[in-house]
Design a protein around this ligand. Sequence first.
Ligand code: ARG
Length: 261
Amino acid sequence: MCSPEHFAVEYAINPWMDVTMPVDPELAVKQWDRLRETLVGLGHEVHLLTPEPGLPDMVFAANGAFVVDGTVYGAQFMHEQRAAEAAAHRAFYESQGWRFIAPSETNEGEGDFAYLPEAHGGLILAGHGFRTELPAHAEAQEALARPVVSLRLVDPRFYHLDVALASLDDGNIVYYPGAFSAASQKVLAQLFPDAVVADDGDALAFGLNLVSDGRNVVLNSEASRLAGKLKAAGYTPVPVELAELKKGGGSVKCCVAELRH
Ligand code: ARG
């Protein structure tokens, strides 16, 4: 995770960002701290990346890389404004001795990649259409040696995979069908017949942008209907308030890069 000390909305690279809307960085830090404490309270270890001035979106740490079984596939951001974040993530992984593979294709890390270790023997789901480019899916498959299923995102409000789909445990997902092309919806229905399906309201409340440890599902508090569905499916929803970061177009998952040893 990376503190939103320098968080701001200075440019608009997704439909949620409005440069005329005031942002309270102190409140952002407070809310983000609660998220960090929540994860630690659930027994998880949180490493921190040092935020850098001039990189206002650095709090969205999920975009910096994608890690599967100790191998890190680095990010290459779509927009110039975020390009320099990739080096900070790379330095973190290299200093910790992770095997790092530098990308040559545009991709935004866990923003557009999800990993399901128990689904069909270990599957990577990958989004394209807005940020991550299709050739990066093939590159990730070669780097990480897992089959990659390409899914096409069609609604600009859901510009990353992680605002439309999340893993709930090692084998199952929750997703919002409306974010995907009709063909990709068919693919998801075939691969995950038992998935939890979210509605428009859940998705627009950033409910899908969640982090689950297989039991506890940490999600945006505005997504109360989704919390109910997750409870009915046997999970424990843990709501957190992240309204300030929503102004940047992100929520829980965007703030967390998962370290998979
Ligand atoms: N403002 C950031 C951007 O548009 C938000 C990134 C959200 N991160 C995520 N993993 N969906 O790039």
